[in-house]
Design a binder for this molecule. Structure first.
Ligand code: OAD
Length: 254
């Protein structure tokens, strides 16, 4: 981690900002779940799947082209998730929320992740920008249901209209759920401190939350393994692992 020690270090400045904040918003991405064993999509440690980039198959067209293959990807990850636990980074964000709420403030956690690990770590005000692996929905009608970690080998048919079900996640080319997006954008625009953690900050509109927060004057802090397009926008950019930096941030924060 760069510039770790001392009262004027990036970490110390971030701790001071967080200690004084009343309204905090946070954007997380795949990097925060990396220490739990969930692979990222890009960047250091990021993986291709069967030689394909995520943009090539995580789309309505990708699902229409090869539904069984895409279904299996999500189904396998959903099953794996049953044996995975939240890490110290998730726990630290849940602790920040408890402290901010305890002094009458608000904490909004907008995540691009579909693994529900924030909720399992105790975060309460979570906005799932890209949906959840633990939900499936009909490709045609509104029918949706929760699913657990059990394997579902065959793509189920919708019990209401008979069409094919799909993971209830947001794919490339699709809109984010309007209410979820509005809440995230409001939180980013109104916060005193904005944290962006473990995201390559290249997928929009989610990445635009950093720009909104920077434009409205809150203190913006990035925690990521490597520089991203957000690094030059934020006030404080800390390079390091989320599961190491976030607990340090909390330990020095009131
Ligand atoms: P990415 O895989 O694009 O980026 C993960 C970022 O986390 C990279 O910049 C890594 O350097 C960083 N990273 C890796 N390990 C880390 C660690 N231990 N601590 C901190 N940072 C770490 O993931 P996202 O930005 O979440 O969307 O990707 C955004 C969206 O692209 C996803 O939600 C998904 C994908 O396509 C859809 O499927 C719609």
């Amino acid at each position: 981690m760069a510039d770790k020690a001392g009262p004027h270090s990036d970490l110390a400045r971030a701790q001071t900002a967080l200690s004084q904040a009343r309204h905090v918003a946070c954007l997380t991405g795949a990097g925060i779940s990396a220490a739990s064993g969930v692979p990222t999509y890009r960047g250091a440690g990021g993986a291709l799947w069967d030689g394909l980039k995520v943009e090539d198959w995580a789309s309505p067209e990708g699902y229409a082209r090869q539904p069984e293959r895409v279904w299996r990807w999500y189904s396998d990850r959903r099953v794996q998730l049953g044996g995975i636990s939240p890490n110290a980074g998730h726990a630290a964000l849940a602790e920040i929320e408890r402290r901010i709420a305890g002094r009458g403030g608000t904490f909004t956690l907008a995540t691009q992740n579909i693994d529900a690990l924030h909720q399992r770590a105790g975060s309460r005000n979570v906005l799932e920008l890209h949906g959840s692996m633990l939900r499936i929905r009909c490709c045609v009608c509104e029918h949706a249901r929760q699913v657990g970690h059990e394997p579902i080998e065959e793509i189920p048919a919708c019990p209401q209209c008979g069409a094919r079900m799909r993971p209830a996640v947001v794919w490339f080319g699709e809109m984010l759920p309007q209410d979820v997006w509005t809440a995230a954008a409001e939180a980013a625009a109104e916060c005193d401190v904005f944290l962006t953690v473990g995201t390559s900050a290249v997928v929009y509109p989610a990445a635009g939350l950093v720009e909104m927060a920077a434009a409205t004057g809150g203190t913006t802090i990035e925690i990521n393994l490597e520089p991203t397009p957000a690094s030059r926008l934020v006030d404080i950019a800390i390079q390091g692992k989320a599961d190491e930096v976030l607990p340090e941030l909390v330990s020095g924060t009131g």
